[in-house]
Structures are given as C-alpha cells and as structure tokens.
Design a protein around this ligand. Sequence first.
Ligand code: ACM
Ligand code: ZN
Length: 746
Amino acid sequence: MLLGLMAASLPLASSIIPAPVEYRATGQAPFRFTAETKVVDAQGTNASKRLKEMLARSAGLALVGPGKTSQVVFRPKSDAKKLRPDWYWLKVSPGEILIEYSTEAGAFYAVQTLRQLLPDEVESNKPVKGIDWRVPSVEIADGPRFAWRGMMLDESRHFFGVEFVKRQLDRMALLKQNVFHWHLTDDGGWRIEIKKYPNLTKTGAWRLDTGGVWPSGGWNYENVQFVGEKHPKRYGGYYTQAQIKEIVRYAADRHITVVPEIEMPGHALAATVSYPELLCENVPAADKPGKTVSNVLCAGNDLSVKFMEEVLDEVLALFPSTFVHVGADEVLKTFWKNCPKCQARIKDHGLKNEEELQSWFVRHFDAYLAKKGRRLVGWDEILEGGLAPGATVMSWRGTSGGIAAAKAGRDVVMSPTSHCYFDYSYQAISTEHVYSWEPVPTQLSPEEGARVMGGQYNVWTEWIPDARKCERMQYPRALAMAEVLWSPAGHRDPTSFRERANQFYRRLDALGAAYTMPIPEVPFSAVFFEGSVSVRPLEEAVPFNLRYTTDGSQPTAKSPVCEGDVSVDRNTTLSFAYVSAGGQIGDVARIDCRPRPAPPTGLATGLSVSRYLISGTPRSMPDFHQMEEHDRFVVPAVDAETRPRAEKFGVVWDGYFEAIEPGLYTFWLTSDDGSRLWLEDALVVDNDGPHAAVEKAGAVLLLPGKYRLRVEWFDQGGANTLKLEMAAPGDDRGPVPANLLFHRQP
Ligand code: ACM
Ligand code: ZN
C-alpha cells in the first residue's frame, strides 16, 4: 500500500474514529489552513466542496487563496479503477495536503479524517476566531472493511423531523457510516406521504394521548389510538415527498444511501387503521385503544398486494437505493389462520401453511422490486417458509438467520440484538461490548463470510420519546460500531479505542450531540455512622469532572468538583455525577449517609410479612402503603415460598437486620418481577420493574446494631422468583442467617 506504514495502535495525538488502516505521524511541522490556502481539484469532487463548506462555516476561510505555500490537492489515483472502492491516501506535510482516492467516496472519507485531525471548533456553525487551524503531518492509507455500515432509525414509534435526521446523517458521515436504514412505517405511525393513499398520513401519522404521563400514558407507543385531523391532543408527524427528497439528497452529499423500510405484511397497524379494507376477515376493529394486534395485511386479498405495489412505486421514485427493506418481521399469522381469503390463497397456490403464505407474499415483492432494478432486504423471518430468490437477509434474532442465508449464498447484513440494539440500556449493551463484536460469525467459511456485507445498529424508539435520549442511546456506542464496521479486524484494540473515545467526547460536545456518560462508581449506596464519616467514589479514567452535592440535590455544572474524601456528620444524601467540558451531566450515583439508629426494643426472631393481591399490570413497585393487606404473619426468612398462590401479587417483609461486625455488607436480590431492599430509609438494592429473573446487588457500610429492614416484591404473572443473599464483612455470600432477622412484637 503506502510506504509500509505502521498499522499499530494510533498514538494519542490522533483521536481518529474509526481507526485508519495505516497511519504514521511524519514528525514534520503541521499544515495550517489560512487565507493563503487554496483547494486544487481538477475533478470537482463533492468531497472538496464539503471541505470548503466546512472551513467557510467554522473558520471563515474560503480556501481560494493564492496557494503558493499552502494547498490541498485532490486527485484520483492513477490506477484508481484497479483499487478497492472507497479508499483514500492522505499525506499531510507543512505546505500541502495531498488526497488521492480510488472513488469519490474515498475522497469524502479523507475529508472526514481531516475533519477529525482539525481542532474540535471545526464543528462550529459560526466562524470561531483565534483558532490555529492546523493539521498534524501524517500519512494515512485507509478504506472500509465492510460495504454496509449502517444505522437504523425508527421514526414510527416516535417522530423526530427533518433537522434531527440531517444532524444524524452528518454525524454518520463523520464516523464514515454509509447506510441510513429509515424505518418509516410501523404500528406507531406512518411517516411518509403517499399521494395515492392520503389516509396513511391523514390518519395513520397521528395518535391520541391515551392519558397519564409518559411512558405509561401520554404520547405512548403502547395502546396506540389513531385519530383524524380534528383531535386537539395528538402526537405524530410525517415527511412530505419534498422533505424526503431533501433528506435523500443531503445523505447522498455525504455518501450515505438511504434505505427505506416499508413494513409488510405485519407491523402495519398505521396502514390498516387508515385503510381497514386491508385487514383479514374476522379481526377485531383496529382503531380502538389497545388493539395493537390487528396489524397484519390480509395476504389473501389482492387489494393488499395492489396497495403495497402502489406504495412502493412512489417510494422507489423517491429513493434511488438499490436495496429496499420490506420488514416482514414478527408477522402475527393467527389472523391468516382465521381468514377465509388467506386460506383460499394458501389452497390456490398449493402452500403448506401460513409460513409459506408469508413467503409467497415476500416472493411477490422480491420479484416486483427485481423487475424495477431493485433488491429486497428483509428481517430474518423471511427465511421461514422459504427464502425469496433475490432476497438479502438482515439477521436480528441472533446470527443464525445470517449464517443460514450466507451458507445459502445470499447477501447478509448482521444486526443481532446481542450487540446492535441501541434501544437497549448501556447496562445491557455497553460500549465495550459493542466494540467486542465480530460481524462475521466463525461458523462461516471465507467464501461464506464474504457474503456478510456489514452490519448496523438499530435505534427502536418505543421508549425513546425525544431527540436528546435518541442521541444518548447512540453515543458513545456508535463510535464503537463505526470502528467495528470500518477498521480491519486485526486492529481491534480496546485500550486505544477507549483513549480515542475519551478525546472524542469534546467533539461530540462541539457538535451539540448528547451522549451517555458512565454513572460514578460508589463503594456503597448507604453508610451508617457515629459522629462523622468520610466517603469517596472510586477513581475512573474518564475525561469528565466528578461533581457532587451534599443536600440530595442533582449535581450541576456549577457543583464542586470531588477531588478526594467528602466528610459528612449529619443525615443527608451525597449525589455524584460526571459533568463534561461541554456541560453535559450524567446519571447520578447516591450515597445515603445516616446516623446509627437507636437500638430497638421488644423484638422477637422472624420477619413480619404482609401479602397483597394486585390487579392491572404495574410497570413498577406498587405503593403497598396505599393498599389493603390480604393477610399477615411471621416467617423465618425472605424467599419465594411466602408468596400467595395468585397470578399477580405483592409481598412485603418488615423487621430488623442485625449487623454483628462493623464493615461492608453486600446484599443480592434476584427477582421476577421487581423487588427492593431497604435498610432504615436507605434503598440498598433497587431491582424494580417488570422483568424476568434479574439479580441486583447493593452494598452498605454498617456499625454493629439492628437496622429496620424492608423487602418488597411484586409479580405481575409468569415465573415467581425471589432470592435474597448477603455477605457480611470478610464472609462468603450466602442466605441471610435466620438469627439475624427480627420483628417487633405486636
Ligand atoms: C425487529 O427487531 N423486530 C426486527
Ligand atoms: Zn386474510
């Protein structure tokens, strides 16, 4: 390639993400953009236009200077046609930046690398004065590992609008991502104007406030209720065809292909409420709250086929992308089972079952798209009932769908829930976990592996109501994904990545992008003391200030920086949070500080337990103080055996826990659904929420003595798991000994 450059980890002076294939700092003086600088580009590439636009905007430099001592030269490699597409060779020296490329996209990626080599102020929207616009002298040879480096945005469940989408596209470009998979239709709303079917956006783009506060009500995604134009309180929106064209053009300027997703035959509630004639026979009405299930097009009705063909005709006119996504995931086939038209279609075409009916439907659109020179891509359910001949598979339910498709000689995009679902929390999918992802499964031979076109992360927005949260779910994980999909597999270096990501936060601040910061690590969530106590969070290598308050309030950018022990001599709560240089504030870690309670009297062994029967499906711990007890008695321990034999219930254990030795006590609470453990009024373990069996731990610093203990558990049906364990100072983990539990005698 280039001069046998080092392929080793990037030095810290460079924070380039994704890491280039080959990189070398030459040790020469830097290049400087000044009024003297001139861009020389005989080919008139889009890349040089973008470079000029960037420096005009942020530095007020037009790049049309005399150029005698400072020029930026763009030129195709002489043997460009023989080279891999989208590569660039960037040489920065004191008087010249030379950008050679194989294809124009390569030149554009060179500009994105330059952008990252320039000061963060290059992201500014107005000219910044007093900046030295220098670029370190480096030699880089670089190109992508995968052709599909994607991001999926679900705008059906929540709608973000043109300006937000443009911002996302610009950040994708910065990270050299090139596929914007736009999830435009689903049960939560139809977001693209279709002139032939105006109800799709007149009705299907708007939904009612179902009452309450988000997420259990408000502009919720669950309990979707669609309305006509008249209703005053409604949520929604859609893109006009003119806006779509504008976004497609904006993306193309950044070498990003917009792949539209038009869901069929399932996830189509917004379509079926707009045109109920598309539904199967024998389904419940779709336009009532809570009827989110009647969302499948009747595959036996020719009207559905005609509808989708005509929708696609308008979609194809707007999106030049070769690939068109038809969804096809999670189709509820029970409607087809009960529908005479669907059953007739199965019979007429000699299909075996509803899986084959789904396959028939997808095959039809595979052929339809092929006839128009396009290619169908669908979620991995399109394998069931037989894969359509031209179809490309997007593997999301793990990797098995992708493996099967690649082995069958099909193109594949990997996007498994294990690493790529950025609607999942950072606790479930950390940035490090994303960085560890290998998109090509080891089960594939090299030839089969070559079928993996790449991967993408998905931002499903059922629980993402606003733009800031949408960004926080992406960054910093998107940085890791960008490197996984661009840089050679052999370059993966978590330490180098972490250091570069730590620098990259400043650029995200400059871009105005929200991101997730770590929650400060505290050694315990509560401490009981006599006189006073000193505490401090654990030290972490992060590029943020740790700020704190001593009155339980939320830390702000003005709160004091925590630089050592914090001393406390009263009943209060310490709150710690990271604050970035750009003023972003992360989630808070708390330590409840409590004077040791007075010794209780009148105790007997065992815990008092109260049981409750609950109705509805609470998303968090009910307030048992407001509820009527079902019964109450005394038990020796906290365990699942105490539960009432009912489908939905709550159990509360009350009493005292005795600490014999002073020191750190750790408690583990495993439950399905939610549970919580309190000592006095300190929440030691918070395992709340509706969930399958999950273990949570909490630690508390105790002096010898007896502490009021409360364990709460609720179950809204399904498995009944509850387990409490502890480790006393210097002891192993195990059940809480019965001789340490007491209750107050009535
Ligand atoms: C999907 O997450 N249903 C593709
Ligand atoms: Zn039907």
